[in-house]
Design a binder for this molecule. Structure first.
Ligand code: PXG
Length: 285
């Protein structure tokens, strides 16, 4: 049986799951999404994803056609129908179909879409060897223009940076904000470790507030580790003992070089290994 895709209360086969070409999600990237992960049939921090989704919609004045509980139920049901216990979930809400103009108030019929699939993870070797990444020239969107806190369907800022990474032979790229501070990677947040202390850029640096980032901060503090949300520059990354990224798909993944410079020992470090273990304990509980 092929994958079943949820659109506004109905399940469709992959080839029949379609939306209007007049949908502003398609025409303008006018919509929001979440990328989630299920472990043993349970979505990791589903409530936090729902809160972020609704904040994204609120900030874009997209009125949700369904309640938080209703969308959460659709996510769980789509996993169950597809018999996926460990997998990835893509949840999308579009502005809906309108005219060819920009007018948001002429749009109606927002689409709530849930796609689940088996995970396409980074290969295991990358967790053992660590990623080598470069800094992208593409600057992260200024929050005064469009807040990176909004998980909108317009990801061109990140896609352009990811292309730069790809052209340099890397699977991720570091993005700086327009002050030259470290913001995040194209689809992952970043942490540094220096003298046993964790640091990660604050929301004000212009980042998506990752659910995995929040989980790692929580786990670190529970473990009695120091974890500061503070502005970082590339100096802090170059001189860190360890660096790792966090994201729903990647979980925690080590960075062993930035811009051709080895970080710390040039190998995944003990803090990364410890936190990944603790993260798995919680996610798989
Ligand atoms: N920053 C950005 C810009 C993201 O898009 C994260 C951080 C991590 O957030 P979570 O909540 O997942 O811990 C994301 C999430 C991909 C992909 O294919 C990744 C995301 C979105 C879409 C695709 O790697 N990232």
């Amino acid at each position: 049986m092929g994958l079943k895709i949820y659109i506004n209360g109905t399940y469709y086969a992959k080839e029949d799951a379609k939306i209007s070409v007049f949908d502003h999600g398609f025409l303008y990237g006018d919509g929001v999404f979440e990328g989630m992960r299920a472990y043993n049939g349970k979505v990791f921090r589903l409530d936090a994803h729902m809160d972020r989704l609704f904040d994204s919609m609120r900030s874009l004045t997209i009125e949700s056609p369904m309640s938080k509980a209703g969308i959460a139920k659709a996510v769980n049901e789509t996993l169950a129908i597809n018999e996926i216990k460990d997998g990835y979930i893509r949840l999308i809400v579009t502005r809906g179909a309108g005219t060819l103009g920009l007018d948001a108030h002429l749009c109606s019929d927002p689409q709530v879409i849930v796609i689940t699939d088996h995970l396409a993870l980074y290969p295991k070797e990358l967790y053992e060897q660590g990623l080598r990444i470069v800094t992208a020239g593409t600057v992260r969107t200024n929050p005064a223009s469009l807040s990176p806190q909004i998980k909108s369907l317009n990801y061109l800022n990140n896609i352009l940076a990811k292309i730069e990474g790809h052209l340099a032979g890397c699977v991720e790229a570091l993005m700086l904000n327009d002050k030259g501070e470290v913001a995040e990677c194209t689809g992952d947040n970043i942490f540094t470790v220096k003298n046993g202390k964790l640091r990660t850029p604050p929301t004000a640096a212009g980042i998506l507030e990752g659910i995995t980032r929040a989980a790692v901060i929580e786990i670190a503090r529970k473990e009695g580790l120091s974890c500061e949300e503070v502005a970082l520059t590339r100096y802090d990354v170059y001189t860190a003992d360890e660096v790792f990224l966090t994201g729903s798909a990647a979980e925690l993944i080590p960075i062993v070089a930035l811009d051709g410079r080895a970080i710390g020992s040039g190998k995944p470090g003990p803090m990364f290994k410890h936190l990944l273990e603790k993260f798995h304990e919680e996610a798989r509980a």
